[in-house]
Write a protein that binds this ligand. Structure first.
Ligand code: NDP
Ligand code: MG
Length: 381
């Protein structure tokens, strides 16, 4: 029996993780955490009977306590609650499926208490990869990728020697605005940006896919997960999202993982690695697919991706600025307070004024985050 805890259980990755639990008797839900969605959390508690849960928002926490008083399940609140869920005794694997940098401290707490990490929350590695990866090595806990591209890379490295990798080919669908001009992007509305061609995901990552900031975050995530230099990571646009990423080796061989776009596969792979479990769902039909196409990313239009390489190259606290500026800008765009192209513009402005802190500690990262937010608040009324 493998006991799992899920941070972000009410979201897109969280609910798909619970679908996998339903299909596998040897997985048990020990703990759950979410932000404010009390209704869904109550349903999950009644179905999976975890021993403890956490809600980030205070009011949601109070409400949940009242709703589930009959169950005897312990409810904790806020950051203390997330930390408690992340380090709960008896948990084998923590699935980090919260959105945003809020994942940093709980992920660290989980590693320090010896839990394996099934990592969906890319923002944590982007901002704190230099702390997380050595810490995981020190505590001998695996960080298993859930993000589909990183799972594909991980699967393409099975049985291979890391020093024989020549490059990582990170595939990108290009999002809903592939092929559009900068002028066209100026006028894009929230509804347009939320229409991803291949994947159904949470709102923030869907907007990140439209700006291609998501691919930028994934470049940095890959750098930390697989310990490869930035120069060895190449983004390839592949609109059909069938090849989930590839690894090229020194002899020119390219290994890839292909499949239908379904996040349940990488989630299950992380939970059962090195095993594979039977899974329902559509299979690839190559004749029906007909062709797969590839192109270079348009870095002049999708400046969000270009800025990610710049932030990664600068290193230190710069990826935190890139990520925090994006988190806040995406929130403002979703609230219709700024236009689509202001997302990369705000990221660029925040990066421009930032003085890099080398080797930032958690406090420096959180300070940089707040400082970036404050600057944007001053810019956008
Ligand atoms: P969703 O927006 O669908 O879900 C986010 C989850 O996080 C919800 O359960 C939400 O709770 C919870 N949450 C938000 N804020 C807090 C907080 N302060 N404290 C505790 N819980 C919080 O996001 P996704 O599932 O799409 O994405 C999650 C992560 O996985 C992101 O980092 C994303 O980049 C990554 N990812 C997602 C993929 C996908 O297919 N969805 C693919 C690859 C990576 P509530 O509902 O109560 O607000
Ligand atoms: Mg991805």
């Amino acid at each position: 029996m493998k006991r799992i805890a899920i941070l972000g259980s009410t979201g897109s990755i969280g609910t798909q993780t619970l679908e996998i639990v339903r299909q596998n008797q040897d997985l048990q839900v020990a703990a759950l955490a979410a932000g404010s969605n009390v209704e869904r959390m109550e349903e999950q508690i009644r179905e999976f009977r975890p021993s403890a849960v956490a809600m980030w928002e205070e009011e949601a926490c109070r409400d949940l306590k009242a709703r589930i008083a009959d169950t005897g399940v312990r409810v904790c609140c806020g950051m203390d609650g997330l930390l408690e869920i992340a380090s709960l005794e008896g948990v084998d694997v923590l699935v980090t499926a919260v959105v945003g940098m809020i994942g940093i401290r709980p992920t660290i707490a989980a590693i320090e208490s010896g839990k394996a990490i099934a990592l969906a929350n890319k923002e944590t590695l982007v901002t704190a990869g230099h702390l997380i990866m050595p810490l995981a090595a020190k505590h001998h806990v695996p960080v298993l990728p859930v993000d589909s591209e990183h799972s594909a890379i991980f699967q393409s490295m099975n049985g291979e020697r890391k020093e024989r990798i020549s490059k990582i080919l990170l595939t990108a669908s290009g999002g809903p605005f592939r092929g559009r001009t900068k002028g066209e992007l100026e006028t894009m509305q929230v509804e347009d940006a939320l229409k991803h061609p291949n994947w159904a995901m949470g709102r923030k990552i869907t907007i990140d896919s439209a700006t291609m900031v998501n691919k930028g975050l994934e470049v940095m995530e890959a750098k930390w997960l697989f310990d490869v230099d930035l120069e060895r990571i190449e983004v390839v646009v592949h609109p059909q999202s069938i090849i989930h990423s590839m690894v090229e080796y020194v002899d020119g061989a390219v290994m890839a993982q292909l499949g239908m776009p379904d996040m349940k596969l990488p989630i299950a792979y992380a939970l059962f690695y090195p095993d594979r479990r039977p899974m329902q769902g559509k299979r690839l039909d190559f004749a029906a697919l007909g062709q797969m196409t590839f192109e270079k990313p348009d870095l002049e239009t999708f400046t969000g991706l270009k800025l990610a390489f710049k932030a990664a190259k600068a290193g230190g606290s710069m990826p935190t600025v890139y990520n925090a500026a994006n988190e806040m800008a995406v929130g403002l765009f979703l609230e219709r307070k700024i236009g689509f192209m202001q997302i990369p513009e705000l990221i660029a402005a925040c990066m421009e004024r930032h003085k890099v802190i080398e080797g930032p500690k958690v406090e420096d990262i959180l300070w940089t985050e707040q400082e970036t937010y404050e600057y944007i608040r001053g810019q956008v009324q």
